[in-house]
Design a protein around this ligand. Structure first.
Ligand code: NAD
Length: 262
């Protein structure tokens, strides 16, 4: 099913690649006028040219940069706060700078984006905002303290924003992807043995693709979700529903990155 976004303007932060680019492309394909806000200026320009969008060099850690970009793009109907990084390390070797940078982009960057978007949407009494959180918003692993804290924090931001912006008919929701094949996860995807063990825990037996997250974001941003706000939608192949893992070597085999029943 194709959702119709003709006449709508959608802004996607971190839209130059990965989940953001898939989302920007899906909005463009569905008729929206799309703006990519990304720190990678050239990559954003190329991505925008390829999908018929426009781009703006934006650093989400900098309020002036965000405000200037929104001034250029005009009042958006839809804002996808998606820009994020993953810097991993244990307590003994994770530097304070890595912690600060992760929080500055992943959490404070989303706050700044929501704040700028909300101020422009409020007078219209309408709008849809979607935040890219994570399964890491709920659970965690060693060596990911900063990333986990940032992604858990996004749910706090989500709940407050939904409360505050609901009276203005601005809906705020989040997607919580599991492992998705992007630049962020290249290292893991290059290691077949680690993937096999990771996907053993996932009922659908595989990782996700950026398009699969984009589809959920489009749904939450669309009129089909008119009565949905404050929600966090897992897009994780069932990972967070699996307590004891799903796949065993007796019953299944791991072929081309996917567990399949024998
Ligand atoms: P990615 O590295 O492919 O894309 C991230 C984008 O954010 C890039 O285009 C990058 O240039 C941009 N960006 C980084 N810092 C920025 C800044 N300061 N200002 C503006 N833009 C900036 O990674 P991705 O996997 O597509 O990640 C997108 C979002 O999805 C992130 O918030 C990430 O935490 C989240 N996420 C990813 C996964 C996964 O498995 N890939 C899982 C859960 C959540």
């Amino acid at each position: 099913m194709q959702i119709d976004f003709r006449g709508k303007t959608a802004v996607v932060t971190g839209g130059a690649m990965g989940i953001g680019l898939a989302t920007a492309r899906a909005f463009a394909t569905s008729g929206a006028s799309v703006w990519i806000f990304d720190i990678e200026k050239e990559q954003a320009e190329q991505a925008a040219a390829a999908i018929g969008a426009r781009s703006c060099a934006v650093d989400v850690t900098n309020s002036d940069s965000i405000e200037a970009a929104f001034d250029q793009a005009g009042t958006p109907d839809i804002v996808i706060a998606n820009a994020g990084i993953a810097l991993f390390g244990g307590f003994s070797n994770h530097t304070n700078e890595q912690w600060d940078r992760t929080l500055a982009i992943n959490l404070s960057g989303m706050f700044r984006t929501v704040k700028a978007a909300a101020e422009r949407m409020k007078p219209r009494r309408s709008g849809a905002i979607v935040l890219t959180a994570s399964t890491n918003s709920y659970d965690g692993a060693a060596n990911q303290a900063a990333y986990n804290a940032s992604k858990a924090g996004i749910l706090g931001l989500l709940h407050s924003a939904a409360n505050e912006l609901g009276p203005y008919q601005i809906r705020v929701n989040a997607v919580c992807p599991g492992l998705i094949r992007t630049r962020l996860t290249t290292e893991l995807y290059d290691d077949n043995q680690s993937l096999k063990e990771y996907f053993r825990q996932i009922p659908l037996g595989r990782g996700g693709e950026p398009d699969e997250v984009a589809n959920a974001i489009l749904f939450l941003a669309s009129g089909l979700a008119n009565y949905v706000t404050g929600a966090a939608l897992l897009i994780d192949g069932g990972q967070m529903a699996a307590k004891f893992g799903t796949w065993t070597d007796e019953k299944a085999e791991f072929i081309d990155g996917t567990w399949r029943l024998k």
